[in-house]
Structure formats: structure tokens, C-alpha cells
Design a protein around this ligand. Structure first.
Ligand SMILES: [Zn+2]
Length: 404
């Protein structure tokens, strides 16, 4: 049977059998062909296999030690255009009173709200979380992206950092805006390189004021490849086409990381928290090289336990070796729906605790019916107490100059 004929034949011969498979059965199509008698077709999105493994399942309802979540988003800039946050105004995603009960249940001593804007927005964020609950919330400021094409940008940006420190911000957060969205004329013209000289005064101000820079550069390696059947994150990219950085005028993942590394080298007195496991959790040997080359860096775990947990042996060694430079973070966003691996709440934290504290095998890395960042499951790395204490709290407390 030729290909074309066979396809035609299949189209005609396909019968929906969902009703015949009983309650809750996935939508399948039975193929009535001589070769494939009894075979069914199943949409990838409908496939939700239940693991038949009989292995220990440990619920870790509460972190073994009080922790600092260094990567959360309780607010975002209210206005943005083409991926660039504009203005000072913030939109708040949750009240402190609505997140504190979860924090208390999970043993979260402190949450760091990274996206605290600048100027009036920053003042508001500090007044909302940090002032009424000192010791529970910390706020970071953000660059003035929409002024980056001004001739005096270097000076006003450095002044803004100094002002942010005075009003209570503890660090600077740089979103992937830099490298992937910010352009010569803010939203127009060629993309700016991460190591563009106009930002030197910003990095230097952070260094001299001892404000760590939490930096997100690039994205998962698969986001730079075509969204096709060979892409291990096909479903995620298919659900969020705007997350693909394949083609157009985007630099490659390697070019983005190289440009970041030039910034790290040029500003040795500035501390950089390389978010999302240095933005290359898929390649821990590369991240290890970065940590070795740049003593002014640490890494954070947010939204990457899916990567770490599928390479538990390499991860365990990584935690051993860099136990003083790994910070607990989740990238949690209250009331989100788009990204199950980031929805602030009990179940999210329990997965992180299970990954770090137990040696459970083959469990979901996100509270979702289908693994949202690729179809695999993860393995716990059972860290010893000394490392757990450092990762949960001590490393971040030292960096933020907090006595917890
Ligand atoms: Zn984040």
C-alpha cells in the first residue's frame, strides 16, 4: 500500500472509541487496518500515564529548616511593551496576609520579591510587604529599562540604585529582558547585548553598595531550537509560542551566556546570583565551570528542579561541591495559572522539599497532570543536614546580610 493510499484509508477507517473504553478514558481512535488491527491513536496532550512503580512516597509537608525563598514575584511592572517593563507602577499579585499562612505552614522564614520596580513602585512594594512584616519580606529593585536610550542613562541608573538602597531594597533583579527584548531604542532597533557598556555604572553601583544582582539570562536550551517533534519541550513551546527564541534576530543561547560571562568578569566586586541554576541547568558541567571561573557568583534553583531531578547523581555532586554557593528559590508567582511549576502554594514547596530532602524516586516536579517542562519525572537527592541548612537559609542570609 503506498503512503498516500494508506493515509486515505486510515482516515476513512478511523473510528472514535472513547465511549467504548469506559469513564475517564482518553480520547483514542481505533485503527481498522489489516496491519494495525486493535492499535489506537492517542493525542499526545491526552496521554497521562500512571506510574506502576511501587516505591516510597514521602510527603514533606514542612521544610526541615527555616528557609529563605530568594526568587519570588509578588508584584510585576504594570506596563510592558514587547517584553520590556515600562514605568514605575506595579501590579500586586497577593497581599502579605494571603501568603503568610503558606509561609508559616511550609517553614518559609522569608520571601524575596525580586520584581519590585523602582521609584514610586518600589516604595509601594516596600510599604506593602517589607515595612509591616520586617524579617518576612525582602524587596529587590529593577533597572529603568525605558530610559536606557538616554544619553545620561549611566548616571541616572546608578543614582536610582543608590536611592533604592536608601529606601530599603536589598538587591537588583535583571529579567531576561536584557539580551532578548531590550533594543537600542527600548522597543525598536537592534537588540542590546547583555554586556553593553551603558550598563556598567549599574553593575558597579550594585557592587559598591553591596547589593547582589539576581540575573536571569537566556532560557532553557530547547527554547532556542525549532518547535518540532524532536524538541523535548515541544508541548510547553506549543502552549507558549512566545517563549520560543528560535530564529528571528535572537542571539543563540551560547552567545547570551558568553555576553553574561563578560559582565561577570568585568565586575568582580559585584555579586551575581545566577538564577535558574545559572540558566543552564541542563549542563551542570558548564555551570560548574562558570562557578569556578567567577568567584563573584552563586546560583539559585527556581523552576529548574525538573532539570536537576532528572540527573540526580550529577546534581548530588553539584550540591556537594558548591554547597556554599547554592540558594533556595522557586520563582513562585501567587495566583498564576500558566506555569504550574511556579504557582505559589503548599504543593509547590512540598515538591522542592521532597527533591532536596528525600531519596524518593520518579515523582512529578510540578503540581500538574502533565509535566509542564518536558515529559519526565524526577528523583530526590537526599541532602545531608549541613548542606540543607546552607541551601535553605545560611547562604542567602550571608549574601543579603541578614541575621535569620
Ligand atoms: Zn523569576
Amino acid at each position: 500500500m503506498s503512503g498516500t493510499n494508506r493515509r486515505e484509508w486510515l482516515k476513512m477507517g478511523v473510528a472514535l472509541t472513547a465511549g467504548g473504553l469506559g469513564e475517564g478514558a482518553p480520547v483514542c481512535a481505533q485503527i481498522r487496518s489489516p496491519e494495525g488491527a486493535g492499535k489506537m491513536k492517542l493525542e499526545l496532550a491526552e496521554f497521562q500515564p500512571t506510574s506502576m512503580l511501587h516505591v516510597p512516597e514521602t510527603r514533606v509537608a514542612r521544610a526541615r529548616f527555616a528557609l529563605i525563598d530568594i526568587h519570588t514575584h509578588l508584584s510585576f511592572r504594570a506596563k510592558s511593551r514587547q517584553g520590556v517593563g515600562l514605568g514605575e507602577q506595579l501590579e500586586f499579585l497577593a497581599t502579605p496576609e494571603s501568603v503568610l499562612p503558606v509561609m508559616d505552614r511550609k517553614n518559609i522564614r522569608m520571601m524575596v520579591n525580586l520584581t519590585g520596580s523602582s521609584g514610586k513602585g518600589l516604595n509601594e512594594a516596600i510599604a506593602k510587604y517589607q515595612k509591616p512584616y520586617p524579617g518576612r519580606f525582602v524587596t529587590f529593585t529593577e533597572p529603568l529599562w525605558d530610559q536606557s536610550n538616554r544619553a545620561d542613562y549611566g548616571r541616572i541608573q546608578a543614582d536610582a540604585i543608590e536611592n533604592a538602597k536608601q529606601v530599603g531594597a536589598r538587591g537588583l533583579k535583571v529579567l531576561k529582558t536584557l539580551g532578548l527584548y531590550l533594543r537600542e531604542r527600548v522597543t525598536e532597533g537592534p537588540l542590546l547585548s547583555i554586556d553593553d557598556r551603558r550598563f556598567d555604572s549599574m553593575w558597579e553601583a550594585c557592587g559598591s553598595l553591596q547589593m547582589p544582582v539576581a540575573i536571569h539570562v537566556s532560557d532553557p536550551e530547547a527554547f532556542f531550537l525549532p518547535t518540532d517533534r524532536f524538541n523535548e519541550r515541544f508541548e510547553e513551546l506549543n502552549n507558549h509560542p512566545d517563549w520560543s527564541f528560535h530564529g528571528k534576530d535572537f542571539p543563540s543561547n551560547a552567545e547570551l551566556l558568553d555576553a553574561r560571562n563578560r559582565v561577570l568578569a568585568r565586575h568582580p566586586k559585584t555579586h551575581f546570583i545566577l538564577l535558574h541554576v545559572g540558566n543552564d541547568a541542563e549542563n551542570l558541567s558548564y555551570v560548574s565551570d562558570c562557578l569556578d571561573r567567577f568567584p563573584n557568583t552563586s546560583v539559585e534553583l527556581g523552576a529548574r528542579i525538573g532539570e536537576l531531578g532528572r540527573q540526580p547523581k550529577a546534581s548530588r555532586k553539584f550540591f556537594d561541591r558548591y554547597q556554599d554557593r547554592i540558594l533556595f528559590g522557586t520563582d513562585a508567582v501567587p495566583n498564576g495559572t500558566d506555569t504550574p511549576q511556579q504557582i505559589f502554594g503548599d504543593s509547590l514547596y512540598e515538591i522542592y522539599f521532597r527533591f532536596l530532602e528525600t531519596e524518593d524516586e520518579y515523582f512529578d516536579y510540578a503540581p500538574a497532570p502533565v509535566p509542564p517542562q518536558g515529559r519526565w519525572r524526577i528523583y530526590g537527592i537526599g541532602l545531608p543536614e549541613t548542606i540543607l541548612r546552607k541551601v535553605y537559609c545560611e547562604n542567602a542570609a550571608r549574601l543579603l546580610n541578614l541575621s535569620v
